[in-house]
Design a binder for this molecule. Structure first.
Ligand code: UD1
Length: 422
């Protein structure tokens, strides 16, 4: 297992290119199962989660080839010769559940392992299943697998989500494209990844209206064709690197960055005293060396402050002037980075879904352990601001969602290296 060693060394300067969104790519890839014709994704990120989805699609009979070092994915699902998504793959990545809707919609049957527990909370899939049931699917849970059937094909229906779920909206949206009649998704997620999926499905011939709003209406079609689609910019990678100059000073331009992807997050940076400017190529973030102001954060579905940036924002608040309160409203148990940040000298108290952070002058480098994807990058950010060496172990979490993190940060002057554990 590898570790990353970060040594705080002051202001950063330069440019970082932001990749295509992991979470968009993980929902766009299963869309290939809806069509016999090829689906090509450009601007794909090079991540281990993408490899896991590739393995899953291949296990179902899809062909997936990577071009341009993995930035282009060409997928073809001419005929699916297996309709069982095996536990051994699904347990590695929850997004595997996204093959259920497309397989069921196209071939009328699918068996998908339940994803099981997850480090950031229980994360059930009941909303995915209820949505498919509303479209006429017959479901049975047996031996840890969902057995789904729709003998005469799925039919349009009204799905009223009791809470906003990104994944359940995506599964239902994909399934509805091939259902007979009209499907209305109410209280749908409005994340940019949903908008990106709808745009890709429309390129494939789907009839969809209302993506990006609370209500999405889908008119089912008989078949979908092929398409080429660029994956939207990763707003979480963008927000993460925007925090790098905020936390240790400097000026960094994030190439491909867009304000509309990170609006609520930018408001908090502004309140903290960090400057964000739009440029011809993206966003420029600058902050003079010195402490930012404490700000309070509540995580919410898009367009609110994203839960996937909560850990990184906490790292910034560790050295802010004053006390900030971070409330996690999406996932229980998503403060596992707090004890690690405390090891670096942070003053954090966690009570249930609320963390109270009182800024300290300076963090101190320490050996720390990555516990999940976003937690691991928050420790790297904290390391940029700390005195001395921070050794982050278990960085395989990081490889799931951040490509080339070492070279991207090195490119703007950070002292960071990856070492293999003996
Ligand atoms: C997606 C993202 C993840 C992000 C999250 C919230 C991907 C691959 N992952 O996860 O990075 O943190 O959105 O922005 O895109 N829930 C249920 N039943 C369900 C589904 C969800 O109760 O069937 C609950 C969850 O436990 C959670 C809330 O709904 O409390 C929102 O989860 P959801 O939006 O579904 O997250 P994911 O799609 O899993």
């Amino acid at each position: 297992m590898d570790s990353i060693i970060v040594t705080g060394n002051g202001p950063l300067k330069g440019q970082i290119a932001i990749a295509g969104a992991k979470n968009a790519c993980l929902t766009l890839m299963p869309a290939t199962l809806l069509s016999e014709e090829p689906l090509t994704l450009t601007n794909a990120p090079r991540l281990s989660d993408i490899k896991t989805m590739t393995t899953l699609l291949q296990s179902l009979g899809a062909e997936v080839s990577q071009l341009q070092g993995g930035q282009v994915l060409v997928m073809s699902s001419h005929a699916l010769d297996n309709h069982v998504a095996d536990y051994d793959i699904v347990r590695k990545m929850r997004a595997s559940i996204l093959v259920l809707g497309p397989m069921l919609a196209r071939d009328g049957h699918a068996v998908v392992s339940l994803p099981g527990g997850c480090a950031i909370g229980a994360r059930p899939v009941d909303l995915h299943l209820k949505a498919l049931e509303a479209m006429g699917a017959e479901l049975e849970l047996k031996d840890g697998y969902v057995h789904a059937r729709a003998p005469g094909g799925l039919r349009g229906g009204v799905v009223d989500f009791p809470i906003v779920s990104v994944g359940a909206t995506e599964n239902a949206l994909m399934a509805a494209t091939l259902a007979k009649g009209t499907t209305v998704l109410k209280n749908a997620a409005r994340e940019p990844e949903i908008v990106d999926l709808a745009q890709c499905l429309r390129r494939m011939g789907a009839q969809i209206e209302g993506e990006g709003t609370h209500t999405i209406t889908i008119q089912g079609v008989d078949r979908l064709g092929g398409a080429t689609h660029p994956v939207v910019t990763d707003r979480i990678e963008l927000g993460t690197y925007m925090l790098a100059p905020a936390i240790c000073g400097g000026e960094v331009e994030l190439l491909g960055g867009r304000i509309d992807l990170v609006g609520a997050f930018c408001e908090k940076l502004d309140a903290a005293g960090v400057s964000v400017e739009e440029t011809a190529k993206g966003l420029k973030v600058s902050h003079k060396n010195g402490r930012v102001k404490a700000v309070d954060v509540v995580t919410e579905p898009f367009p609110g402050f994203p839960t996937d940036l909560q850990a990184q924002m906490m790292a910034l608040m560790c050295t802010a002037e004053g006390t900030s309160v971070l409330e996690e409203k999406i996932f229980e148990n998503r403060f596992m980075h707090a004890p690690e940040l405390i090891r670096m000298g942070a003053n954090i108290e966690v009570h249930g879904g609320t963390a109270t952070v009182t800024g300290v002058d300076r963090l101190k480098g320490a050996p720390v352990m990555a516990t999940d994807l976003r937690a691991s990058v928050s420790l790297i950010l904290a390391g940029l601001a700390a005195e001395g060496e921070t050794i982050v172990s278990r960085v395989y979490h990081l490889d799931r969602g951040y490509e080339h993190v070492v070279s991207k940060l090195e490119g703007v002057g950070a002292k960071i290296e990856r070492v293999s554990d003996r």
